[in-house]
Every structure is written in structure tokens, then in C-alpha cells.
Design a protein around this ligand. Structure first.
Ligand code: XUL
Length: 489
């Protein structure tokens, strides 16, 4: 028996999955929710969380894991964590110089983003260098703000970690490196070389290079479980593989390893992501190129008006999900020209700062046509704003709550012109971490690693109807013009 463990320290909870690669099964999984996951201030946009909370949750989970598996068979451990959060340490990873960490939900660094972009020649220059423009949730701007507001504590800081490398550090009992995938969410790494970008470091904070861990490929073994934690938990000297971000890890845990495979997560917000061989950069700054745990790149674009907008339109007409299905099956692809830009809340992609939904040709229209206009609008936005990845889609794996709705997936399949299948991605970041630990330890080919553990829900495949694919292709320009007009106005 050979066991591999994967952690996921997400915003709300910490989970673990242990796989037995000999029998190709999950032998243990568990999760604990944080009582107070973060503290936020609506006025300032500051959102911080406690590194000690993450650390003690990981230790609690190590003890549960130790009580439930054949410990001597544990070969390697890896993990995933919420991306972008920064942790400030002294000489050792347990010596914090700042009690709390700004996390990805923190939007208080607008000033720092603007300063960094200006110093580096504008948003496009930052995107070309690092894979994304300087975003408020990214770590570099967080570090700049800390240095400005608390210069003494910044000076005392010897290492700045991401959530992922902080937890990996605790496991090895010394400062761990940052992997290329999570490192690309900092506005500090050269996306092409995988090294710190000197100009970006300089634009961020003085003396930063000496405070950053080294960068390593995600598939690196970075040490063994520390003696102290071996003793405390009765665990063996398991290998520790580099930790990564939750999105990159989830890509592996969902089984996406080839360019052209895309995942669409239909959740509170909608997300489209997938592997990329070449780091093309998003022209309007809404998409991000991250490093990939597979060693190349991944693209990701986030839409804020996902389920939020679907519920809004559904509730406006007092419908249930069954009636939404029905509405989509009773209306034709293309909706006889009616369209909607569902910006019920400020939108991330494209950047829209105030709620401002747009309806075209829907005056006096039946609820069913509103529903279709919404879903088609969401899918056409996704198609348009993932084109920057320059990836020709071959298939889509759909996840998240709304993926239970087959008519929505039919529209998705036809707008993109490819088959759609559903995957259950509960725990995909933790599973991805366990798979990455196995791959790093045994240096196996990726298809073998994902083959036995990830699969689409059987019978979920939806095939596009060719005539509808042609209808949407013809409509895409019209959609683009509507969006451009709305943004211009
Ligand atoms: C990605 C992002 C979030 C966090 C959530 O850029 O900010 O998805 O990783 O955990």
C-alpha cells in the first residue's frame, strides 16, 4: 500500500484527502470549517485572516489523519491553499511579524496597484511581465501597503510567504519555497522565466528580494516531514511536495491536463479555466495567466454575475429551476435577436464598476425569453473573454451548482461548439494536491496519475446541435458590439 495526502486550506475550511495509489481509492477524507475564517471591514475593503488559525487547523487534521490511516504507508504530502494571501515571518516560519494576513478578498490596495503599474509602465506592461495586471487581491500590492503602513514590522520581516508556502514551511520545519503556479498570483514573478522579476520587486518594496522564498516548479520535493511533527503525530518521514494554489491544484483534481480542455465552474461567480502551453496575456487585463502544476501555464477568468444573476432573473419571474429548464427548451437558440448583459452587480469581466444590466429586444417579452437572454449572454461573455487564452476548446467539464441544469449546459456546448460533461469537483483542490504529491514522488506521466481518480459523471455528456452552433457563431459579433456599446456608454 502507498498513501499520498493532499490538504486544501481554502477560505472557509481546511480539508484533507488521502489516496491509496495501489488500490486506486480514496482511503480518508475530512474537513473542518473555520469558526471565524476572516475579519473584514466594509469601509476600507480590508480583509485579513489568521495564519495561526490555518496552522492549528492543519495540525488538527494531521492528528485526525494519523488516527485513520496506515501511517507507515504514508509516502508524501502536498497541499493547496487559497491564492494570493501573504504571511509575514521572522527567522522561522512560526515567528510571525504580523499577526494577520491580508487575503484574496482584500480590496484595499487600489493605490498600491496603481503605483506598481505606473512604475512598471502601465497595466499591459505588468500583464506581459507577470501574467496579470496588478490586482487588488494579489500579494505584491499587499506587501507594498504593509511596508508603507508598518515600516518597522516590514523591516523585521525576514520571509514573506503565501498561505501555501507558509503551511508547507510548517511541515518541513523551515522556510519552504513558493511554487510557480502560486507565485504567479503575486505580481512579482516573471511568468515566462519563473523567476522573481527584479523590476517588479523594486516597484513593490525595498529589500524585498531577500525576504522572498525561492521559486520552484510545482512538482518539486522540498523536504521531509519535520522531526517535531513526526513525533507529535506518530507519522513517518514522509516526503513533502511543494504546495500550490487552490485553483492550480483543482485543475489537476478535475482531470484537466491538456490544452483545449476547459473547466467552467458555475458557482456564486462563474469561472473558466484550463491549461495553456503558451502564456498569452489578456488584452483587457481581466484574465490571468498562472503557472500550472503541470509545468506549463493555465488561464483563468472570473465573472462575478454567475448564480447571483441566474437567481436574480429567476426570482424576478417567481420561477423554479425546473421552469428555467422548461424556458430554455421552449425558446430557440439565438432568442430571435434578444440579448442581455447580466451586470446586476459590478462585474469583474468585463470591468464594470456599477450595477447596470442591459436588455436588448426584451421589452414586454415573456419570462422564458429573459431566461434565455441571460444564459446566452453569460455563455457568450465567457466565450469572448476566454479567447485571450488562444486555446482552441475541445471539451468542457462543467462543475458547480448550476451544472445540474442540462439546458444551461446545452447552451454552453453550442456557444463554444464542443461537448460538455459534468464533473463533481467537491474536494478537487485537495485531491489535486494528493495527486501532485504522488506525481512528484514517483515522477509518473500525468495521464496515469489523473486517469484512476478523476472522471466525468457517467451519462452527463451533452453534444452541441450543429445548426445552433452556427447560430451562435453568427451572433457573437453582435454580442461583442452590444458589450462594447454598453461599456463605451
Ligand atoms: C483566484 C482567487 C480565488 C482564491 C480563492 O485568483 O483569488 O479563487 O484562490 O481561494
Amino acid at each position: 500500500m502507498s498513501l499520498y495526502a493532499g490538504f486544501d486550506c481554502s477560505t472557509q475550511s481546511l480539508s484533507v484527502i488521502v489516496i491509496d495509489v495501489t488500490r486506486r481509492t480514496i482511503v480518508f477524507q475530512d474537513s473542518l470549517s473555520f469558526e471565524h475564517p476572516f475579519v473584514s471591514s466594509a469601509d476600507t475593503g480590508v480583509v485579513h485572516a489568521s495564519p495561526r488559525m490555518w496552522a492549528s487547523a492543519m495540525d488538527e487534521m494531521l492528528s485526525r489523519l494519523a488516527a485513520n490511516i496506515d501511517r507507515s504507508s504514508l509516502e508524501a504530502i502536498s497541499g493547496a491553499a487559497q491564492q494570493h494571501g501573504s504571511v509575514y515571518c521572522g527567522p522561522g516560519p512560526e515567528d510571525l511579524t504580523r499577526e494577520t494576513s491580508p487575503i484574496w478578498m482584500d480590496s484595499s490596495t487600489g493605490r498600491e496597484c496603481a503605483e506598481i503599474e505606473q512604475a512598471l509602465g502601465g497595466p499591459q506592461a505588468v500583464a506581459q511581465l507577470t501574467g496579470s495586471r496588478a490586482c487588488p487581491r494579489f500579494s505584491g500590492p499587499q506587501i507594498r501597503k504593509f511596508c508603507r503602513e508598518e515600516p518597522d514590522a516590514y523591516a523585521r520581516t525576514e520571509r514573506i510567504h503565501l498561505v501555501s508556502s507558509f503551511l508547507a514551511s510548517l511541515l518541513i520545519g523551515g522556510h519552504a519555497p513558493i511554487d510557480h503556479a502560486d507565485g504567479s498570483g503575486m505580481s512579482l514573478m516573471n511568468i515566462r522565466t519563473g523567476e522573481w522579476a527584479p523590476a517588479a520587486l523594486e516597484a513593490t518594496a525595498p529589500g524585498l528580494h531577500a525576504k522572498l522564498p525561492s521559486l520552484v516548479p510545482s512538482a518539486s520535493l522540498i523536504g521531509t516531514l519535520s522531526r517535531a511533527r513526526q513525533r507529535t503525530f506518530g507519522l513517518p518521514a514522509a516526503q513533502i511536495a511543494a504546495w500550490s494554489g487552490d485553483n492550480p491544484s483543482s485543475m489537476v483534481g478535475t482531470g484537466l491536463i491538456r490544452e483545449g480542455q476547459l473547466a467552467v465552474s458555475l458557482g456564486t461567480s462563474d469561472t473558466i479555466f484550463g491549461p495553456m502551453r503558451v502564456p498569452a496575456v489578456s488584452g483587457d487585463g481581466t484574465g490571468h495567466v498562472f503557472g500550472s502544476p503541470l509545468g506549463e501555464f493555465m488561464g483563468i477568468t472570473v465573472f462575478r454575475n454567475g448564480s447571483l444573476a441566474r437567481e436574480r432573473v429567476r426570482d424576478a419571474f417567481g420561477l423554479g429551476w425546473g421552469e428555467v429548464e422548461d424556458a430554455l427548451s421552449r425558446t430557440p437558440a439565438g432568442n430571435n435577436g434578444a440579448m442581455m448583459l447580466p451586470w446586476f452587480e459590478p462585474e469583474i469581466t468585463p470591468g464594470v464598476t456599477a450595477a447596470s444590466p442591459v436588455r436588448l429586444g426584451l421589452e414586454g417579452a415573456a419570462p422564458a425569453r429573459h431566461i434565455r437572454a441571460l444564459i446566452e449572454g453569460q455563455m457568450m461573455a465567457m466565450k469572448r473573454h476566454s479567447a485571450w487564452m488562444r486555446v482552441a476548446p475541445v471539451s468542457i467539464l462543467a462543475t458547480g451548482g448550476a451544472s445540474a441544469n442540462r439546458s444551461i449546459l446545452q447552451v454552453m456546448a453550442e456557444v463554444f461548439g464542443v461537448p460538455v460533461e459534468v464533473v463533481d469537483n467537491t474536494g478537487s483542490a485537495a485531491l489535486g494536491a494528493a495527486l501532485r504529491a504522488w506525481q512528484a514522488h514517483r515522477r509518473l506521466p500525468w495521464p496515469e496519475v489523473i486517469g484512476s481518480f478523476t472522471a466525468a459523471v457517467s451519462g452527463s455528456r451533452i453534444v452541441p446541435v450543429a445548426e445552433n452552433v452556427r447560430t451562435y457563431r453568427a451572433l457573437q459579433n453582435r454580442y461583442t458590439a452590444l458589450e462594447a456599446g454598453a461599456l463605451g456608454g
